[in-house]
Design a protein. Sequence first.
Length: 94
Amino acid sequence: MDLLQSSREEASGAATQLMGASNGLNDVGTVTKDTETTVAGNANAQSSADTAIATGQKVQQVIQNMCKNINSVAAEFEAMDKDISKELQFNIKS
């Protein structure tokens, strides 16, 4: 019986869900820009579309890195919990 127990599976599952949700940030499809309209602000609108796409990609990269870190930390916690649990069990028996 483990006295301490981390759930690497739960952390991995949460990270996988988060990564899956972030995929929509990069799935913008085709953006068509109106390059013929001379309405004031059209150039700003085009620039804003580019900025929104780039920002979405950056946010997705950050989330993906965060998910990798979650998995890494969960693995480390699991290993540490096993070691501490063994030590506690040894001390209880002594």
